[in-house]
Design a protein around this ligand. Structure first.
Ligand code: 5AD
Ligand code: SF4
Length: 477
């Protein structure tokens, strides 16, 4: 039975987000809209009036997890017929109506280009007692302009409560992707590449700074391809945007993720070098160290090009760190091609690498062109080999920090220590250096959002450990 939503003083919203930073940001915007509609957040799924999953389609595993979560809440819906269940984001765009066939208890299926309509569609599903589906056009469903306009950009209603921390926020600078790497579903589910106008981005960053945000992370699938043409013909690139954001009072750190190797222009590298608030950290995935594989992936660069880019980056920005993504077991990856990837990883000395087993995605070029011919156990083995190599490099490079002082932006209490039950040591804080290394050290929670100097005493592959250095509280001006 449809319930009268307007009569309820407050409805409880449970939202789970998987996938990339873009999804974290999308969830923030959805929650903001739903708050205006009378919802408040809950961590307790049993208390919820609406359960939303903001989903990811990049790998099969991420989708499987959502389908099993949907299976688990089937009973909840039976016990509580007024409960609304929604599948949002990339999986909604990819699987569309078939989600309703597999999970008929779902009320709304809403793609990433339609998220501004979540409140309206939830109400409509309740009023009409009928599931609602809202997705954007497929990439081949019409002219570029028509497809693009079916992916709405919805701006700047921000919701601090679901940010990674009160001092950190994501900011979208572009949407979609036009690279069409053959393994990747993103260009289909997130639509054509669109760069937001710089004025809108700067205005949003100012608002975030006024709300107390110290660190913004600019997000885009290929963020360094950012390019916005104003009607008078002027072109703003990511370097121009960084310079404008740098002038905003209150912001102390600016990051951007994820970069595409071919678009790593000198103006961008110089901006990172010259603007002290910009984090000296660049995430620029290599994906493979074998030219044949890169070609089948349609990455549009060679290993030599990638390494030259890396050398130029490091020469331009002293003290920088770089991280990468790799896919192992892509179609036709032989032992020899994998070896080449392992050697590239070793030579590159990334701060860290995210390593994924290739997962065939329906609707991608690779899925229709090449057999998924590397057995899962081989993918798993290659995954472990790369992880072990990377861990050894990360450990060695982190150990070089022992005995040094670093400046960190304090994010807040460290989850791994302070919040662990039974922990009775001093409060542990976590912060990050400008090159994105994580430092954990004892200190008062009041330092959250401040810069502090930390003397490093120990290091693991992912974390530097130490104590506040010098002056009162280690706080730096
Ligand atoms: N299988 C495995 N990993 C993938 N990625 C993207 N598509 C796939 C896929 N089909 C990885 C890439 C990308 C990261 C976000 O996810 O490494 O950089
Ligand atoms: Fe996917 Fe390639 Fe676009 Fe990254 S650049 S989102 S891997 S298509």
């Amino acid at each position: 039975m449809a319930d009268d939503t307007t009569a309820q003083p407050s409805k409880k919203l449970y939202i789970e987000t998987v996938g990339c930073q873009m999804n974290v940001l999308d969830s923030e915007l959805v929650v903001a809209r739903l708050r205006d509609d009378g919802y408040e957040l809950t961590d307790d799924i049993d208390q919820a009036d609406a359960i939303l999953y903001n989903t990811c389609s990049v790998r099969q595993h991420a989708e499987d997890k959502i389908y099993s979560a949907l299976g688990r809440i089937k009973n909840l819906k039976r016990e509580k017929p007024g409960l609304s269940i929604g599948v949002l984001g990339c999986m909604a765009q990819k699987d569309q109506g078939s989600i309703l066939k597999r999970a008929p208890h779902v009320d709304v299926v809403i793609g990433p280009g339609q998220l501004g309509r979540v409140p309206e569609l939830l109400s409509k599903a309740r009023a009409e007692e009928k599931p609602q589906l809202a997705v954007s056009l497929a990439r081949n469903a019409g002219s570029r302009d028509r497809v693009t306009s079916s992916f709405d950009s919805y701006d700047a209603d921000r919701e601090p409560a679901v940010r990674p921390s009160p001092h950190q926020a994501y900011l979208r600078v572009m949407m979609g992707c036009d690279k069409f790497c053959t393994y990747c579903i993103v260009p289909s589910v997130r639509g054509p590449e669109q760069s937001r106008p710089p004025d809108a981005i700067v205005a949003e960053a100012r608002l975030l700074a006024l709300q107390g945000v110290k660190e913004i992370t600019l997000v885009g699938q290929t963020v360094n391809s950012y390019k916005h043409k104003t009607p008078d013909g002027r072109v703003a690139r990511l370097s121009d945007l960084l310079a404008r954001l740098h002038d905003i009072d209150g912001l102390v750190r600016i990051k951007f993720i994820t970069s595409f190797p071919n678009d790593m222009t000198d103006d961008l590298l110089q901006a990172v070098r010259d603007l002290p608030k910009v984090s000296r950290y660049i995430h620029v995935p290599a994906q493979s160290g074998c030219d044949d594989v890169l070609k089948r992936m349609k990455r549009m660069y060679t290993v030599a090009f990638y390494e030259e880019m890396l050398a130029r980056l490091r020469e331009t920005i002293p003290g920088s760190s770089v991280s990468s993504d790799f896919i192992v077991g892509f179609c036709g990856e032989t032992d020899e091609s994998f070896e080449k990837t392992a050697r590239l990883l070793e030579r590159s000395r990334f701060k860290n690498s995210f390593i994924f087993k290739y997962s065939a995605r329906t609707g991608t070029k690779a899925d229709s062109l090449f057999p998924d011919d590397v057995p899962d156990e081989v993918k798993r083995r290659r995954n472990h080999i790369l992880l072990d190599l990377q861990t050894a490099i990360s450990l060695e490079d982190n150990r070089a920090f022992i005995g040094r002082e670093v400046e960190v932006l304090v994010e807040g209490p460290s989850r791994s220590t302070t919040r662990k039950e039974g922990w009775d040591g001093p409060d542990q804080l976590v912060g990050r250096t400008t090159c994105d290394r994580i430092a954990v050290f004892p200190g008062p929670e009041s330092l959250a959002g401040e810069m502090a100097r930390v003397r490093i005493e120990q290091a693991s592959a992912v974390t530097l450990f130490g104590g506040l250095a010098g002056g009162a509280n280690g706080r730096t001006a």
